[in-house]
Design a protein around this ligand. Structure first.
Ligand code: PXG
Length: 457
Protein backbone atom coordinates (compact mmCIF):
# COMPACT_ATOMS: atom_id res chain seq x y z
CA UNK A 1 0.00 0.00 0.00
CA UNK A 2 2.82 2.27 0.99
CA UNK A 3 4.60 1.61 -2.26
CA UNK A 4 1.47 2.42 -4.25
CA UNK A 5 0.83 5.71 -2.46
CA UNK A 6 4.49 6.66 -2.82
CA UNK A 7 4.18 6.04 -6.53
CA UNK A 8 1.11 8.22 -6.77
CA UNK A 9 2.92 11.06 -5.08
CA UNK A 10 5.90 10.58 -7.37
CA UNK A 11 3.80 10.68 -10.54
CA UNK A 12 1.73 13.57 -9.29
CA UNK A 13 4.84 15.57 -8.52
CA UNK A 14 6.36 14.85 -11.92
CA UNK A 15 3.07 15.75 -13.55
CA UNK A 16 2.85 18.96 -11.56
CA UNK A 17 6.46 19.93 -12.31
CA UNK A 18 6.55 19.15 -16.02
CA UNK A 19 3.18 18.49 -17.62
CA UNK A 20 0.83 21.12 -19.01
CA UNK A 21 -2.61 19.52 -19.41
CA UNK A 22 -5.14 20.42 -22.09
CA UNK A 23 -8.13 22.58 -21.07
CA UNK A 24 -6.84 22.73 -17.49
CA UNK A 25 -6.11 25.41 -14.92
CA UNK A 26 -2.63 24.14 -14.04
CA UNK A 27 -2.41 26.14 -10.84
CA UNK A 28 -5.51 24.62 -9.32
CA UNK A 29 -4.74 21.10 -10.61
CA UNK A 30 -1.23 21.25 -9.18
CA UNK A 31 -2.61 22.03 -5.74
CA UNK A 32 -4.45 18.72 -5.56
CA UNK A 33 -2.53 16.60 -8.07
CA UNK A 34 -3.90 14.71 -11.07
CA UNK A 35 -5.54 11.34 -10.67
CA UNK A 36 -3.18 8.77 -12.16
CA UNK A 37 -5.00 6.22 -14.31
CA UNK A 38 -2.98 3.05 -14.62
CA UNK A 39 -5.10 0.29 -16.13
CA UNK A 40 -8.25 -0.41 -18.14
CA UNK A 41 -10.33 -3.50 -18.83
CA UNK A 42 -13.73 -3.54 -20.54
CA UNK A 43 -15.63 -0.50 -19.25
CA UNK A 44 -13.50 -0.16 -16.12
CA UNK A 45 -10.42 1.87 -15.21
CA UNK A 46 -8.16 1.69 -12.19
CA UNK A 47 -6.21 4.54 -10.65
CA UNK A 48 -2.82 4.33 -8.95
CA UNK A 49 -4.51 4.07 -5.54
CA UNK A 50 -6.28 0.89 -6.63
CA UNK A 51 -9.73 2.49 -7.03
CA UNK A 52 -11.97 0.91 -9.66
CA UNK A 53 -13.90 3.39 -11.81
CA UNK A 54 -16.67 2.75 -14.34
CA UNK A 55 -15.89 4.82 -17.42
CA UNK A 56 -19.14 6.45 -18.46
CA UNK A 57 -17.30 8.52 -21.07
CA UNK A 58 -15.32 5.87 -23.02
CA UNK A 59 -12.19 7.93 -22.36
CA UNK A 60 -13.00 11.06 -24.33
CA UNK A 61 -15.94 9.60 -26.28
CA UNK A 62 -13.60 7.24 -28.10
CA UNK A 63 -12.93 3.86 -26.47
CA UNK A 64 -15.91 2.35 -28.30
CA UNK A 65 -14.80 -1.29 -28.01
CA UNK A 66 -13.66 -0.89 -24.41
CA UNK A 67 -10.25 -1.35 -22.82
CA UNK A 68 -8.05 -4.43 -23.09
CA UNK A 69 -9.01 -5.64 -26.58
CA UNK A 70 -6.11 -7.98 -27.37
CA UNK A 71 -6.87 -8.08 -31.09
CA UNK A 72 -6.12 -4.38 -31.33
CA UNK A 73 -2.92 -4.80 -29.35
CA UNK A 74 -1.82 -7.64 -31.61
CA UNK A 75 -2.67 -5.73 -34.79
CA UNK A 76 -0.42 -2.89 -33.59
CA UNK A 77 2.32 -5.29 -32.59
CA UNK A 78 2.28 -7.09 -35.95
CA UNK A 79 2.38 -3.84 -37.93
CA UNK A 80 5.08 -2.39 -35.67
CA UNK A 81 7.27 -5.42 -36.43
CA UNK A 82 6.65 -5.33 -40.16
CA UNK A 83 6.65 -1.61 -40.94
CA UNK A 84 6.28 0.85 -38.05
CA UNK A 85 6.17 3.90 -40.28
CA UNK A 86 6.19 5.04 -43.81
CA UNK A 87 4.61 8.10 -45.35
CA UNK A 88 2.08 8.50 -48.11
CA UNK A 89 3.53 11.67 -49.63
CA UNK A 90 6.11 10.63 -52.18
CA UNK A 91 4.09 8.50 -54.58
CA UNK A 92 4.13 5.74 -51.97
CA UNK A 93 1.47 4.03 -49.92
CA UNK A 94 1.26 1.29 -47.31
CA UNK A 95 -0.96 -1.78 -47.13
CA UNK A 96 -2.90 -0.74 -43.99
CA UNK A 97 -3.57 2.78 -45.32
CA UNK A 98 -4.99 1.55 -48.62
CA UNK A 99 -7.00 -1.21 -46.98
CA UNK A 100 -8.45 1.19 -44.42
CA UNK A 101 -9.44 3.67 -47.15
CA UNK A 102 -11.23 0.85 -48.92
CA UNK A 103 -12.97 -0.44 -45.76
CA UNK A 104 -14.11 3.09 -44.87
CA UNK A 105 -15.64 3.34 -48.34
CA UNK A 106 -17.67 0.22 -47.56
CA UNK A 107 -19.04 1.37 -44.21
CA UNK A 108 -19.79 5.00 -45.14
CA UNK A 109 -22.91 5.88 -47.18
CA UNK A 110 -22.97 5.23 -50.95
CA UNK A 111 -20.84 7.62 -52.99
CA UNK A 112 -18.13 7.97 -50.33
CA UNK A 113 -15.20 6.25 -51.93
CA UNK A 114 -12.18 8.30 -50.97
CA UNK A 115 -10.39 8.93 -47.67
CA UNK A 116 -7.87 11.63 -46.78
CA UNK A 117 -6.05 10.66 -43.57
CA UNK A 118 -4.85 12.83 -40.70
CA UNK A 119 -3.94 12.33 -37.06
CA UNK A 120 -6.80 13.84 -35.06
CA UNK A 121 -10.32 15.17 -35.33
CA UNK A 122 -8.95 18.71 -35.38
CA UNK A 123 -6.63 17.91 -38.26
CA UNK A 124 -9.50 16.28 -40.13
CA UNK A 125 -11.53 19.47 -39.79
CA UNK A 126 -8.58 21.64 -40.82
CA UNK A 127 -8.39 19.40 -43.87
CA UNK A 128 -12.11 19.99 -44.49
CA UNK A 129 -11.61 23.77 -44.54
CA UNK A 130 -8.74 23.56 -46.99
CA UNK A 131 -10.39 20.93 -49.17
CA UNK A 132 -13.73 22.72 -49.40
CA UNK A 133 -12.06 26.00 -50.35
CA UNK A 134 -9.85 24.20 -52.86
CA UNK A 135 -12.88 22.47 -54.38
CA UNK A 136 -14.63 25.75 -55.09
CA UNK A 137 -11.41 27.25 -56.48
CA UNK A 138 -11.07 24.34 -58.88
CA UNK A 139 -14.74 24.74 -59.87
CA UNK A 140 -14.01 28.37 -60.74
CA UNK A 141 -16.04 29.76 -57.80
CA UNK A 142 -13.12 31.21 -55.87
CA UNK A 143 -15.36 33.64 -53.98
CA UNK A 144 -16.96 30.68 -52.19
CA UNK A 145 -14.78 30.66 -49.06
CA UNK A 146 -16.99 31.12 -45.98
CA UNK A 147 -17.90 28.13 -43.86
CA UNK A 148 -20.89 28.37 -41.57
CA UNK A 149 -20.93 26.50 -38.28
CA UNK A 150 -22.94 26.77 -35.07
CA UNK A 151 -22.71 28.28 -31.61
CA UNK A 152 -21.55 25.76 -29.03
CA UNK A 153 -20.26 23.34 -31.68
CA UNK A 154 -17.00 21.52 -31.01
CA UNK A 155 -14.76 20.80 -33.97
CA UNK A 156 -11.32 20.71 -32.37
CA UNK A 157 -8.59 22.83 -30.93
CA UNK A 158 -6.33 23.78 -33.84
CA UNK A 159 -6.76 27.26 -35.32
CA UNK A 160 -9.34 26.10 -37.87
CA UNK A 161 -10.89 23.50 -35.54
CA UNK A 162 -11.42 26.00 -32.74
CA UNK A 163 -12.67 28.58 -35.23
CA UNK A 164 -15.24 26.17 -36.66
CA UNK A 165 -16.22 25.39 -33.10
CA UNK A 166 -18.67 27.73 -31.49
CA UNK A 167 -17.17 27.85 -28.00
CA UNK A 168 -16.81 31.54 -27.16
CA UNK A 169 -14.33 30.86 -24.35
CA UNK A 170 -12.04 29.22 -26.90
CA UNK A 171 -12.36 32.11 -29.36
CA UNK A 172 -11.41 34.56 -26.62
CA UNK A 173 -7.94 33.01 -26.35
CA UNK A 174 -6.05 33.56 -29.58
CA UNK A 175 -8.14 35.98 -31.60
CA UNK A 176 -10.43 33.42 -33.16
CA UNK A 177 -12.30 32.66 -35.30
CA UNK A 178 -9.97 32.95 -38.28
CA UNK A 179 -11.48 34.87 -41.22
CA UNK A 180 -14.20 33.21 -43.28
CA UNK A 181 -15.93 31.28 -40.53
CA UNK A 182 -19.37 32.35 -39.27
CA UNK A 183 -21.74 30.91 -36.73
CA UNK A 184 -25.48 30.50 -36.43
CA UNK A 185 -27.69 29.38 -33.52
CA UNK A 186 -27.60 25.78 -32.37
CA UNK A 187 -30.69 23.52 -32.41
CA UNK A 188 -30.87 23.41 -28.60
CA UNK A 189 -34.61 23.33 -27.97
CA UNK A 190 -34.42 23.06 -24.17
CA UNK A 191 -32.46 26.32 -23.87
CA UNK A 192 -33.63 28.27 -26.87
CA UNK A 193 -36.99 26.86 -27.88
CA UNK A 194 -39.15 29.07 -25.64
CA UNK A 195 -42.83 28.49 -26.37
CA UNK A 196 -42.17 26.76 -29.71
CA UNK A 197 -42.67 23.02 -30.09
CA UNK A 198 -39.44 21.12 -30.83
CA UNK A 199 -40.58 20.70 -34.46
CA UNK A 200 -41.26 24.42 -34.91
CA UNK A 201 -38.00 25.28 -33.23
CA UNK A 202 -36.07 22.82 -35.47
CA UNK A 203 -37.28 24.75 -38.52
CA UNK A 204 -36.43 28.07 -36.91
CA UNK A 205 -32.88 26.95 -36.02
CA UNK A 206 -32.32 25.61 -39.54
CA UNK A 207 -33.82 28.81 -40.97
CA UNK A 208 -30.92 30.68 -39.33
CA UNK A 209 -28.68 29.04 -41.94
CA UNK A 210 -30.70 30.48 -44.80
CA UNK A 211 -30.67 33.93 -43.18
CA UNK A 212 -26.88 33.77 -42.74
CA UNK A 213 -26.34 32.60 -46.33
CA UNK A 214 -28.43 35.51 -47.64
CA UNK A 215 -26.61 37.95 -45.35
CA UNK A 216 -23.18 36.82 -46.60
CA UNK A 217 -24.28 36.17 -50.20
CA UNK A 218 -24.65 32.57 -51.48
CA UNK A 219 -21.84 33.16 -53.98
CA UNK A 220 -19.44 33.53 -51.03
CA UNK A 221 -20.56 30.56 -48.92
CA UNK A 222 -18.56 27.35 -49.35
CA UNK A 223 -20.05 25.00 -46.79
CA UNK A 224 -21.95 24.28 -43.61
CA UNK A 225 -20.51 22.01 -40.92
CA UNK A 226 -22.32 20.32 -38.05
CA UNK A 227 -22.13 17.35 -35.72
CA UNK A 228 -25.23 15.18 -36.34
CA UNK A 229 -25.69 15.28 -32.55
CA UNK A 230 -23.58 17.94 -30.81
CA UNK A 231 -21.34 16.11 -28.35
CA UNK A 232 -19.11 18.33 -26.22
CA UNK A 233 -21.75 21.07 -26.42
CA UNK A 234 -24.00 18.93 -24.22
CA UNK A 235 -25.37 16.08 -26.37
CA UNK A 236 -27.80 18.27 -28.28
CA UNK A 237 -30.11 16.01 -30.29
CA UNK A 238 -31.78 18.30 -32.83
CA UNK A 239 -35.54 18.17 -33.42
CA UNK A 240 -36.56 15.85 -36.28
CA UNK A 241 -37.33 18.82 -38.54
CA UNK A 242 -33.81 20.27 -38.31
CA UNK A 243 -31.53 18.23 -40.55
CA UNK A 244 -33.96 17.82 -43.49
CA UNK A 245 -34.34 21.62 -43.58
CA UNK A 246 -30.55 22.14 -43.37
CA UNK A 247 -30.15 19.68 -46.24
CA UNK A 248 -32.75 21.51 -48.32
CA UNK A 249 -31.08 24.87 -47.72
CA UNK A 250 -27.60 23.58 -48.60
CA UNK A 251 -28.91 22.10 -51.83
CA UNK A 252 -30.86 25.24 -52.71
CA UNK A 253 -27.81 27.51 -52.44
CA UNK A 254 -25.20 25.00 -53.67
CA UNK A 255 -23.37 24.81 -50.38
CA UNK A 256 -21.39 21.76 -49.31
CA UNK A 257 -22.74 19.91 -46.30
CA UNK A 258 -20.06 18.60 -43.97
CA UNK A 259 -20.85 16.29 -41.07
CA UNK A 260 -18.41 16.01 -38.20
CA UNK A 261 -18.67 12.36 -37.17
CA UNK A 262 -15.80 12.49 -34.68
CA UNK A 263 -18.14 11.55 -31.81
CA UNK A 264 -21.18 10.14 -33.64
CA UNK A 265 -19.16 7.85 -35.92
CA UNK A 266 -18.37 4.18 -35.36
CA UNK A 267 -21.58 3.06 -33.75
CA UNK A 268 -22.30 5.64 -31.09
CA UNK A 269 -25.84 6.41 -32.31
CA UNK A 270 -26.75 2.84 -33.33
CA UNK A 271 -25.51 2.99 -36.93
CA UNK A 272 -22.01 3.23 -38.34
CA UNK A 273 -22.42 7.01 -38.61
CA UNK A 274 -24.61 9.71 -37.15
CA UNK A 275 -25.64 10.78 -40.66
CA UNK A 276 -27.18 7.30 -41.14
CA UNK A 277 -29.21 7.71 -37.95
CA UNK A 278 -30.31 11.28 -38.63
CA UNK A 279 -30.89 10.83 -42.37
CA UNK A 280 -28.30 13.38 -43.51
CA UNK A 281 -26.72 13.17 -46.98
CA UNK A 282 -23.39 14.96 -46.61
CA UNK A 283 -20.67 15.88 -49.10
CA UNK A 284 -17.78 15.38 -46.68
CA UNK A 285 -17.46 13.53 -43.39
CA UNK A 286 -14.76 13.98 -40.77
CA UNK A 287 -14.09 11.11 -38.36
CA UNK A 288 -11.57 10.08 -35.71
CA UNK A 289 -11.92 8.82 -32.08
CA UNK A 290 -13.92 5.57 -32.39
CA UNK A 291 -12.08 4.59 -35.58
CA UNK A 292 -9.41 2.84 -33.47
CA UNK A 293 -11.47 2.90 -30.25
CA UNK A 294 -8.91 5.51 -29.23
CA UNK A 295 -6.07 2.94 -29.08
CA UNK A 296 -4.00 5.03 -31.51
CA UNK A 297 -4.62 8.44 -33.05
CA UNK A 298 -5.87 8.56 -36.62
CA UNK A 299 -8.58 10.49 -38.42
CA UNK A 300 -10.05 10.72 -41.89
CA UNK A 301 -12.05 12.98 -44.12
CA UNK A 302 -14.31 10.89 -46.33
CA UNK A 303 -15.01 12.67 -49.58
CA UNK A 304 -18.08 12.06 -51.73
CA UNK A 305 -17.44 11.22 -55.39
CA UNK A 306 -19.03 14.49 -56.53
CA UNK A 307 -16.28 16.38 -54.70
CA UNK A 308 -13.42 13.90 -55.11
CA UNK A 309 -13.93 13.62 -58.87
CA UNK A 310 -13.49 17.38 -59.29
CA UNK A 311 -10.41 17.50 -57.07
CA UNK A 312 -8.80 14.50 -58.77
CA UNK A 313 -9.66 15.37 -62.38
CA UNK A 314 -9.03 19.11 -62.33
CA UNK A 315 -7.36 19.96 -59.02
CA UNK A 316 -3.74 19.01 -59.66
CA UNK A 317 -1.66 18.82 -56.50
CA UNK A 318 -3.46 19.41 -53.18
CA UNK A 319 -0.82 21.10 -51.05
CA UNK A 320 -1.88 19.64 -47.75
CA UNK A 321 -0.99 16.65 -45.56
CA UNK A 322 0.61 15.46 -42.36
CA UNK A 323 3.63 13.32 -41.50
CA UNK A 324 1.26 10.82 -39.95
CA UNK A 325 -1.42 10.86 -42.69
CA UNK A 326 -2.37 7.19 -43.03
CA UNK A 327 0.07 6.02 -40.33
CA UNK A 328 0.39 2.27 -40.94
CA UNK A 329 0.19 1.17 -37.30
CA UNK A 330 -2.82 3.36 -36.52
CA UNK A 331 -4.43 2.20 -39.78
CA UNK A 332 -3.80 -1.46 -38.87
CA UNK A 333 -5.46 -0.90 -35.49
CA UNK A 334 -8.41 0.87 -37.16
CA UNK A 335 -8.84 -2.13 -39.49
CA UNK A 336 -8.76 -4.57 -36.56
CA UNK A 337 -11.21 -2.37 -34.64
CA UNK A 338 -13.69 -2.17 -37.54
CA UNK A 339 -13.36 -5.92 -38.06
CA UNK A 340 -14.09 -6.51 -34.36
CA UNK A 341 -17.10 -4.20 -34.51
CA UNK A 342 -18.47 -6.12 -37.49
CA UNK A 343 -17.82 -9.58 -36.05
CA UNK A 344 -19.42 -8.82 -32.70
CA UNK A 345 -22.44 -7.04 -34.27
CA UNK A 346 -21.89 -4.34 -31.69
CA UNK A 347 -23.67 -1.63 -33.68
CA UNK A 348 -26.81 -3.76 -33.97
CA UNK A 349 -26.68 -4.22 -30.19
CA UNK A 350 -26.44 -0.45 -29.69
CA UNK A 351 -29.40 0.04 -32.02
CA UNK A 352 -31.75 -2.62 -30.70
CA UNK A 353 -30.60 -3.69 -27.26
CA UNK A 354 -28.14 -1.78 -25.05
CA UNK A 355 -28.88 1.61 -26.66
CA UNK A 356 -32.66 1.54 -26.05
CA UNK A 357 -32.08 0.07 -22.57
CA UNK A 358 -29.60 2.84 -21.72
CA UNK A 359 -32.01 5.52 -22.97
CA UNK A 360 -34.89 4.03 -20.99
CA UNK A 361 -32.89 3.81 -17.76
CA UNK A 362 -31.46 7.30 -18.27
CA UNK A 363 -34.96 8.74 -18.69
CA UNK A 364 -35.93 7.35 -15.28
CA UNK A 365 -33.72 10.10 -13.87
CA UNK A 366 -36.05 12.72 -15.35
CA UNK A 367 -38.21 12.44 -12.21
CA UNK A 368 -35.29 13.63 -10.05
CA UNK A 369 -35.92 17.13 -8.64
CA UNK A 370 -32.66 18.46 -10.13
CA UNK A 371 -33.21 17.12 -13.63
CA UNK A 372 -34.83 19.33 -16.27
CA UNK A 373 -34.29 17.21 -19.35
CA UNK A 374 -32.80 13.87 -20.28
CA UNK A 375 -31.82 13.54 -23.93
CA UNK A 376 -29.77 11.19 -26.03
CA UNK A 377 -29.69 8.53 -28.69
CA UNK A 378 -27.97 5.15 -28.88
CA UNK A 379 -25.22 5.09 -26.27
CA UNK A 380 -24.83 8.81 -25.72
CA UNK A 381 -26.93 10.88 -23.36
CA UNK A 382 -27.17 13.97 -21.21
CA UNK A 383 -28.92 14.78 -17.95
CA UNK A 384 -29.49 18.51 -17.73
CA UNK A 385 -29.62 19.94 -14.20
CA UNK A 386 -31.82 22.98 -13.69
CA UNK A 387 -32.94 25.32 -10.95
CA UNK A 388 -36.62 24.99 -11.78
CA UNK A 389 -38.02 22.05 -13.69
CA UNK A 390 -41.36 23.69 -14.48
CA UNK A 391 -40.04 26.96 -15.87
CA UNK A 392 -36.81 25.49 -17.35
CA UNK A 393 -34.89 28.09 -15.35
CA UNK A 394 -31.16 27.36 -15.45
CA UNK A 395 -28.64 27.70 -12.64
CA UNK A 396 -26.78 30.99 -12.42
CA UNK A 397 -23.81 31.01 -12.68
CA UNK A 398 -23.90 28.10 -15.10
CA UNK A 399 -21.58 25.18 -14.47
CA UNK A 400 -21.19 25.26 -10.70
CA UNK A 401 -23.78 22.61 -9.98
CA UNK A 402 -22.50 20.45 -12.84
CA UNK A 403 -19.02 20.61 -11.33
CA UNK A 404 -20.33 19.59 -7.88
CA UNK A 405 -22.09 16.61 -9.44
CA UNK A 406 -19.02 15.72 -11.54
CA UNK A 407 -16.86 15.73 -8.40
CA UNK A 408 -19.28 13.41 -6.58
CA UNK A 409 -19.17 11.04 -9.56
CA UNK A 410 -15.39 11.14 -9.61
CA UNK A 411 -15.24 10.29 -5.88
CA UNK A 412 -17.88 7.54 -6.28
CA UNK A 413 -16.07 5.68 -9.04
CA UNK A 414 -18.12 6.89 -12.02
CA UNK A 415 -16.76 9.01 -14.82
CA UNK A 416 -19.65 11.24 -15.87
CA UNK A 417 -18.55 14.49 -17.47
CA UNK A 418 -20.13 17.90 -16.90
CA UNK A 419 -20.71 20.29 -19.80
CA UNK A 420 -21.88 23.35 -17.96
CA UNK A 421 -24.84 21.86 -16.01
CA UNK A 422 -25.46 18.95 -18.35
CA UNK A 423 -24.09 15.64 -17.13
CA UNK A 424 -22.83 13.57 -20.04
CA UNK A 425 -22.59 9.83 -20.53
CA UNK A 426 -21.04 8.17 -23.57
CA UNK A 427 -19.88 4.75 -22.36
CA UNK A 428 -17.97 2.14 -24.33
CA UNK A 429 -20.32 0.39 -26.78
CA UNK A 430 -19.43 -2.96 -25.17
CA UNK A 431 -21.20 -1.96 -21.95
CA UNK A 432 -23.62 -4.64 -20.68
CA UNK A 433 -27.08 -4.05 -19.22
CA UNK A 434 -25.77 -4.85 -15.73
CA UNK A 435 -23.05 -2.26 -16.19
CA UNK A 436 -25.63 0.24 -17.43
CA UNK A 437 -27.58 -0.43 -14.20
CA UNK A 438 -24.42 0.33 -12.22
CA UNK A 439 -23.90 3.61 -14.10
CA UNK A 440 -27.52 4.70 -13.51
CA UNK A 441 -27.47 3.73 -9.85
CA UNK A 442 -24.25 5.68 -9.26
CA UNK A 443 -25.51 8.64 -11.29
CA UNK A 444 -28.71 8.76 -9.23
CA UNK A 445 -26.85 8.69 -5.94
CA UNK A 446 -24.54 11.49 -7.16
CA UNK A 447 -27.58 13.55 -8.16
CA UNK A 448 -28.95 13.04 -4.63
CA UNK A 449 -25.66 14.14 -3.08
CA UNK A 450 -25.60 17.19 -5.36
CA UNK A 451 -29.18 18.11 -4.39
CA UNK A 452 -28.23 17.83 -0.70
CA UNK A 453 -25.20 20.09 -1.25
CA UNK A 454 -27.34 22.73 -2.94
CA UNK A 455 -29.99 22.55 -0.21
CA UNK A 456 -27.42 22.99 2.54
CA UNK A 457 -25.86 26.05 0.87
N1 PXG B 1 -14.96 17.14 -33.69
C1 PXG B 1 -15.73 16.71 -32.68
C2 PXG B 1 -17.20 16.57 -32.87
C3 PXG B 1 -15.13 16.41 -31.46
O1 PXG B 1 -15.90 16.01 -30.43
C4 PXG B 1 -12.99 17.00 -32.41
C5 PXG B 1 -13.63 17.29 -33.59
C6 PXG B 1 -11.51 17.20 -32.35
O2 PXG B 1 -10.86 15.99 -32.26
P1 PXG B 1 -9.37 15.92 -31.67
O3 PXG B 1 -8.96 14.50 -31.98
O4 PXG B 1 -8.55 16.90 -32.39
O5 PXG B 1 -9.49 16.22 -30.20
C7 PXG B 1 -13.73 16.54 -31.32
C8 PXG B 1 -13.03 16.25 -30.04
C9 PXG B 1 -14.81 17.05 -24.25
C10 PXG B 1 -13.85 16.86 -25.34
O6 PXG B 1 -14.41 17.59 -23.21
C11 PXG B 1 -14.29 16.57 -26.61
C12 PXG B 1 -13.38 16.41 -27.64
C13 PXG B 1 -12.03 16.54 -27.38
C14 PXG B 1 -11.59 16.83 -26.12
C15 PXG B 1 -12.49 17.01 -25.08
O7 PXG B 1 -15.98 16.67 -24.38
N2 PXG B 1 -13.84 16.19 -28.91
Amino acid sequence: MNMISNSTEHWQKQDCDHHLHPFTDSKSLNKKGARVIVKGEGVFLWDSEGNKIIDGMAGLWCVNMGYGQQELVEAANRQMQELPYYNTFFQTTTKPATELASVLSEITPPGFNRAFFAGSGSEANDTVVRMVRRYWDVKGCSKKKTIISRDNAYHGSTMAGASLGGMKYMHEQGELPIPGIKHIMQPYWYHLGGALSPEEFGLKAAGALEEKILEIGPEKVAGFIGEPVQGAGGVIVPPATYWPEIQRICEKYDILLIVDEVICGFGRTGNWFGCDTLGIKPDLMSMAKGMTSGYLPISAVMVHDRIADVLIEDGGEFNHGFTYSGHPVAAAVALANIELMKRTNIIEAVKTDTGPYFQQRLRELESHPLVGEVRGIGLVGAIELVKNKETRELFDPAGEVGTICRDHCFASGLIMRATSDSMILSPPLVITKNEIDEVIQKARSCLDMTARDIASK
